[in-house]
Design a protein around this ligand. Structure first.
Ligand SMILES: Cc1cc2nc3c(=O)[nH]c(=O)nc-3n(C[C@H](O)[C@H](O)[C@H](O)COP(=O)(O)OP(=O)(O)OC[C@H]3O[C@@H](n4cnc5c(N)ncnc54)[C@H](O)[C@@H]3O)c2cc1C
Length: 369
């Protein structure tokens, strides 16, 4: 495994549990931070529970059962029992997944970057400055800037249209809801605020080609929340263009290294875990081709979400108008993003519902005259 984010650690844990000898290589020293809202959707925590990692063992700081979707002076609230988003500090969360992998029997080496993977006659070899490790399989879990995909010819970076750009900070303050601010950037994105204990992760982002002056938008958004930008601002990119091929021989790409984040929301931890599970099942079966087959449902979902993102993100105001006029749209959209409803089902339904939202919006405008 190259990279000890959620994708790498979960792959390591699942494989080590099945008795394989696993080495988890990480370039940075742990615990390490990572620019991230730290929002775990309900489906993410449920998947970790399926892996045998109970909610109470996760370093969750807040469980939020209310989402506020705001924009252009309006606000819609969505409530869901038991909760919709759990928040974590990524340094703690990623460290807890590494401990899980170690407890299952994986060997973890941090501060040791992989500098190459060779696939020649001597089999697979992962090289670091200190050593060369032979392996039957290699999982590239090295994130958005990872190199494993490049070394084995699976991908060569991302064009700007396949990246979400984001900035965030963690000012001190208290909030009890997960907040989405749909007008935080002029177009092509949105803002979010996820409370931790005593701090709030506040960020703005969107489709890279449409993003300008993100830091300025973040400053304005933080001020509008009554908070002060008193902590460092971090920049990050989220890959939303999956590689055409996710496997080359016995080298598999997972998580951000494979470009599997959600084009609509920027969520990536869930997809990191789903791909870790599929990769470990393929390795245990001895069939690399099984990996992409197992990922089929996720890939189809991401494809539809990419289409939806191209429709919705550049026209956020119109989409938000529909949500604000018809809160059932906001409710189902939220449920579709946290795994309580198939996104396909939501997308089909919303087109039957939009005319009603348009009618309601017109009626309220006429009523105001
Ligand atoms: C601003 C921002 C906010 C986000 N908010 C959310 C959110 O709220 N919820 C959500 O679900 N997702 C969010 N995401 C997306 C999420 O952070 C990623 O999708 C997720 O971290 C992907 O996990 P991963 O394991 O694939 O990669 P990563 O978490 O990036 O882990 C990759 C690891 O590989 C290591 N590595 C890289 N190269 C090498 C090498 N050569 N050798 C050894 N190790 C190497 C890195 O140091 C790193 O530890 C956000 C992203 C950003 C940028």
């Amino acid at each position: 495994m190259v990279g000890a984010g959620p994708a790498g650690s979960a792959s390591a844990a699942l494989l080590a549990r099945s008795g394989l000898k696993v080495l988890l290589l990480e370039m940075r020293r742990f615990p390490r931070d990572k620019p991230c809202g730290g929002g775990l959707t309900l489906k993410t925590v449920r998947l970790l529970e399926e892996f045998g990692f109970h909610q109470s063992e996760l370093p969750i700081q807040r469980l939020l059962d209310r989402v506020l979707v705001r924009g252009w002076g309006r606000s819609v609230e969505v409530f869901h029992n038991p909760w919709v988003i759990a928040t974590v500090d990524r340094a703690d969360f990623d460290a807890s997944l590494v401990h899980w992998a170690e407890a299952e029997g994986a060997e973890f080496l941090d501060g040791e970057p992989a500098i190459g993977v060779s696939t020649g006659g001597e089999g697979l070899v992962v090289r670091t400055r200190r050593n060369a490790y032979s392996a039957d399989w290699v999982i590239g879990a090295d994130g958005v800037a990872g190199s494993v995909g490049r070394w084995v010819g699976l991908r060569s970076g991302y064009p700007p249209g396949e990246l979400i750009a984001a900035v965030e900070s963690r000012p001190s303050g208290g909030y009890d809801v997960a907040l989405f601010q749909m007008d935080a950037v002029p177009r092509g994105g949105y803002g979010w605020a996820f409370p931790l204990s005593g701090r709030v992760t506040v960020g703005v982002g969107g489709m890279l080609p449409l993003m300008e002056n993100l830091k300025g938008h973040l400053e304005r958004y933080v001020r509008s929340l009554g908070l002060r930008l008193d902590t460092p601002v971090e920049y990050g990119v989220i890959p939303i263009g999956r590689s055409r091929r996710l496997a080359s021989g016995r080298v598999l790409l997972v998580g951000d290294a494979a470009g599997l984040a959600d084009p609509l929301t920027g969520e990536g931890i869930y997809q990191a875990l789903v791909s870790a599970r599929a990769a470990s099942q393929a390795i245990l079966s001895g069939d690399p081709g099984l990996y992409e087959r197992l990922l089929g449902p996720l890939l189809q979902d991401l494809e539809l979400r990419a289409k939806a993102a191209n429709v919705v993100l550049p026209r956020m105001k119109r989409f938000y108008d529909y949500m604000a006029s018809d809160p059932e749209i906001a409710r189902r959209y939220t449920l579709a993003n946290v795994g309580e409803l198939e996104f396909r089902e939501f997308w089909r339904w919303v087109w039957t519902r939009v005319p009603l939202a348009v009618a309601k919006r017109l009626a309220s405008r006429l009523g105001r005259r």
